[in-house]
Structure formats: C-alpha cells, structure tokens
Design a protein around this ligand. Structure first.
Ligand SMILES: Nc1ncnc2c1ncn2[C@@H]1O[C@H](COP(=O)(O)OP(=O)(O)O)[C@@H](O)[C@H]1O
Ligand SMILES: CC(C)(COP(=O)(O)O)[C@@H](O)C(=O)NCCC(=O)O
Length: 324
C-alpha cells in the first residue's frame, strides 16, 4: 500500500471484527500532503461549547478523515454511475450522504461542522449541507401526549418516517427539500421555521440515533431506516463516564450563557449554585441520556464505517475503520 510516498504492509483487520484500529499518530500519517485549509478562526466558528478542538486536532484527525471521505465519495459516485449505465439511464445527481452518530454531549455537532467546512474546500468545491435530526423530534405537545417528554432523544421521540422521507427526497435529487427546525433554547420545535436543502453534493446527517436499523417490531413499519441511505457513517465514541462529565461541565457553562436568556426553557436553572446545577445535570444524564446511550445509541456503534474514539480530554485517541 502506498502512503505519502512510503510503502506499508497491508494491515490486517482486528481479530474477529471487520475493523482495523489505528492509533492517533498512525492515523495522522495518512493525510496527504495538502495543507490544512482551515484557520484557527474557522475552527473557532464551528467549535461546540466545551469542545477544546484546535488546529492540531483538525490537522491530525480531520484532515486524513476528509481525504478518506473524498476517496469514498469518488468511489460511490462511480458505483452510482455504474447502476445508471446498467439500467440504460442517464446518471442523475445524487448526493454523497454521511451519517454522524454518538451520545448527547460527545461532540458530534463539532465533528459534523468541521467535516462540512473541510469537504466544502475539496478541489471541486462541492456544496455541503448539514442537517441535525433534532428537527425531526416530535413537538413537546406530542411528546407530552405520548408520555415521552422524559425520553427526548430516544428513537421513539422522533418522527422517523418524516426523517427517512426527507433523506430519500434529497437523495432522489429533488430540487428543494424542507426540514423542521428544533431550538435548544426553547427546547421545542420552532413553528413556521424550516431549513431548505437544495440539491447538495454532500449531505451530512447528524444525530443520536442515525445508525438505528428499521423497527421491525412495528406492524406495517417500513423496513428501510435512515441508515440505509448512508454512503458512509461515523460514530463519535468515548467512555460514558467522560461524556457524563462533559455533559455536566457544559450544563454549568450553559447556566451562564444560554440559560441566562429569558426565553430559555431552562431559565430557572440559571440561578442554581454549582452544587445544585451539578445535581440537576447529573440527574438528567442518569435518567435520560445515559439510558438512551446504553440502550439505543452504543449498540449501533458496530454499524459505523468509522469510529472516532475520544480520550478524557476530548482529543481522538484512535480511529477504527471498517475494512471488511
Ligand atoms: N440546553 C441547551 N441550550 C443551548 N444549546 C444547547 C443545549 N444543549 C445542547 N446545546 C448545544 O446543542 C448542540 C448539540 O448538542 P448534543 O445533542 O449534546 O450533541 P453533541 O454534544 O454531541 O454535539 C451542541 O452544540 C450544544 O452546545
Ligand atoms: C435534542 C437532543 C435530543 C439531541 O438531538 P439530535 O440532533 O441528536 O437528534 C438532545 O440534545 C436533548 O436535548 N436531549 C434531552 C435531554 C437533555 O436535555 O439533555
């Protein structure tokens, strides 16, 4: 295998799994020689609250990832053209679709936003759109009616059919597809607001449950899941104890920023002491987000094409790449 002018032995997959695991340095060496197209100011714009991602992390982790995705995008396009040729049809435009999954507070949004910026700077300047699945959560009124408000983020709290149809339409090349919008600030779907996606070259779909399979238990349910439309998927992974800590630290920081605004659903939390805020955040984590991670999200990790494993300081320690 050629790599930056060097020749490596082909790596075997990890015993009993379809993955090969690369340590941080080994992974970083796989970037090509092109310079990082982002500056510290670009990174500051996409960095999520509490996520310390910096230039070194983007250079060592995200630059090789962008290169791999560029290769995958080219190969997927070729496969799509082969299908069209076989069918005797003119190849239609279809976006390359990437799923980004992982727990609440693991930093998926930062990963997805960084990829958007990097991919938009590929030589052919593709149009990259990013959609988060929170827009497909049922409104609070519906969640209350179904006794699901304390399960926000669980698979059943989403309108999965609408999300699936949204991706199907974008992938089918529809000229304009609309998605609802969720506000963390008001903790609900925003009425009368939509995001409009117009024939992107790349679509990134980011959310907790994007790697779920179809719910075959539901009578009459479609056997097609959102994940069936992904050309590549990325799972952002970390030790649940670290994620719990990040969640609580972010809650403490939000208390002084987002929660302090009067329109915040959590405005009453803005006056909590540190001890009280830690207890509230810990309780939300333990009763909602931790069970969702254990029951619904973590079991989907083994379906991802790429697993980014973060250490306690949020930096990526290793990358697992599906080889088989
Ligand atoms: N209560 C909140 N108020 C305002 N912003 C929030 C709140 N909770 C989360 N966020 C922001 O929403 C985004 C998504 O958060 P989350 O679903 O936990 O995913 P992740 O941390 O993996 O990106 C993050 O940028 C986070 O800072
Ligand atoms: C909005 C979320 C469900 C995440 O949505 P996603 O975009 O991942 O589909 C999550 O951030 C959330 O608010 N969970 C509810 C529990 C909590 O307040 O932490």
């Amino acid at each position: 295998m050629r790599n930056n002018g060097r020749v490596n032995e082909a790596r075997g997959s990890d015993a009993g799994t379809p993955y090969v695991t690369l340590g941080r340095d080994e992974w970083a060496a796989l970037a090509d020689a092109t310079p990082l197209p982002l500056t510290e100011a670009d990174i500051a714009k996409v960095r999520g609250l509490g996520d310390p991602v910096d230039l070194a992390e983007v250079d060592q982790i995200y630059r090789p990832l962008s290169r791999l995705l560029d290769l995958y995008s080219g190969a997927t396009g070729a496969l799509h053209r082969a299908t069209s040729q076989f069918l005797g049809e003119r190849a239609s435009r279809t976006p390359f679709v990437i799923g980004v999954a992982g727990s609440v507070a693991v930093g998926k949004s930062t990963t997805a936003r960084l990829l958007k910026e990097l991919m938009a700077r590929w030589p052919r300047s593709p149009r990259v759109e990013l959609v988060t699945t929170d827009g497909f959560l049922y409104p609070n009124s519906v969640l209350i009616e179904r006794d699901l408000l304390a399960r926000k983020g669980f698979p059943e709290s989403y309108d999965r059919r609408a999300l699936r149809n949204f991706i199907l339409q974008v992938k089918s090349g529809a000229s304009e597809v609309r998605a609802p919008v969720y506000s963390h600030q008001v903790y609900d779907i925003v009425p009368d607001q939509q995001v409009v996606v117009r024939q992107p070259d790349v679509l990134i779909v980011e959310g907790l449950n994007v790697l779920q399979t179809a719910q075959s238990r539901e009578p009459g349910a479609s056997q097609i899941a959102v994940s069936d439309f992904f050309d590549v998927s990325i799972y952002v992974d970390a030790d649940p104890d670290d994620i719990r800590r990040w969640y609580i630290e972010r809650f403490l920081a939000l208390r002084e920023s987002a929660f302090a605004r009067p329109d915040s659903y959590f405005h009453s939390y803005s006056t909590l002491t540190d001890t009280q805020a830690k207890a509230v955040a810990g309780q939300v984590w333990d009763t909602v987000n931790a069970p969702n991670l254990a029951r619904n999200i973590a079991p989907t990790r083994s379906r991802a094409t790429i697993i980014l494993r973060k250490g306690a300081d949020h930096t990526v320690e290793s990358v697992r790449l599906r080889k088989l």
